[in-house]
Design a protein. Structure first.
Length: 204
C-alpha cells in the first residue's frame, strides 16, 4: 500500500495543503484564501479561526481530489507565517485576534526590551535586536495595553502551532519558530530564562 504525507503552509493570506506519496511525488494541492485586518494604522491582525478553517478545507480538498483515504496519511508537516502572537486561555480558546508578523504597533515595547535587557545582551542571546515584527514585543504590548486579556493568557502560540494544536491537542513549536520570538537562546537552543524573566513574562 502506498503511504502518503501532507504538508500544510499557513501563510498570511492563504493556507495551502500539498499531498505527496512515499516517492515524494505531488499527488494533489489545494489552497484556501483569507483576509487580514488593519483596524488602526500600523496594526495587522487575523482571526486564528481562519487558519483552522482553511486547513480543514484544504486537507479535505486534496483528499477528495486524489481519492486517498485518510488512513493512508502517515504524517502531516507544518510551516507558516512567523512571529505572530496567538493567545489562548485555560480552555484553549482564542483570547483576541492574532497580532501578525507585519504588525508595527510595538515601537515603545521594542524600546522597553532594549532598555530592560540591554541591546547588546539581547543580540548576544537571541541573535536579534528588538524589532516590531517579533513576538516578544507583541506580548508586552498586550501586557501594557490589554491587561484584562493578558491576565487570562495560558498559552502563547505561533500561527502554525495553533494549527498544530487544533490537529493534535498538543502545545508545541520548533526551534526555528522559537528563534523568531526574541525569547530564545540561540546558542543553548532553548528558551532564555534571562530574557523571559527580565521582561516579566510568566514562563508557565
Amino acid at each position: 500500500m502506498t503511504n502518503y504525507f501532507i504538508g500544510i503552509d499557513s501563510s498570511t493570506t492563504a493556507t495551502k495543503a500539498l499531498l505527496v506519496d512515499d516517492r515524494g511525488e505531488a499527488v494533489a494541492v489545494a489552497s484556501s484564501e483569507y483576509p487580514f485586518d488593519t483596524p488602526k494604522p500600523l496594526w495587522s491582525e487575523q482571526s486564528p479561526d481562519l487558519w483552522w478553517e482553511a486547513t480543514v478545507k484544504s486537507i479535505r480538498a486534496v483528499l477528495a481530489d486524489s481519492g486517498v483515504e485518510p488512513a493512508a496519511i502517515q504524517a502531516i508537516g507544518l510551516t507558516g507565517q512567523m512571529h505572530g502572537l496567538t493567545l489562548l486561555d485555560a480552555n484553549g480558546d482564542v483570547l483576541r485576534p492574532a497580532l501578525l508578523w507585519n504588525d508595527q504597533r510595538t515601537g515603545a515595547e521594542c524600546d522597553e526590551i532594549r532598555q530592560t535587557v540591554g541591546k547588546e545582551r539581547l543580540i548576544r542571546i537571541t541573535g536579534n535586536d528588538a524589532l516590531t515584527g517579533f513576538t516578544a514585543p507583541k506580548i508586552l504590548w498586550v501586557k501594557n495595553n490589554e491587561p484584562d486579556i493578558y491576565a487570562k493568557i495560558q498559552q502563547i502560540l505561533l500561527p502554525k502551532d495553533y494549527v498544530r494544536f487544533k490537529l493534535t491537542g498538543q502545545y508545541a513549536t520548533d526551534k526555528a519558530g522559537g528563534a523568531g520570538t526574541l525569547l530564545f537562546d540561540v546558542e543553548k537552543r532553548d528558551w532564555s530564562a534571562e530574557v523571559v524573566q527580565a521582561l516579566g513574562i510568566n514562563p508557565d
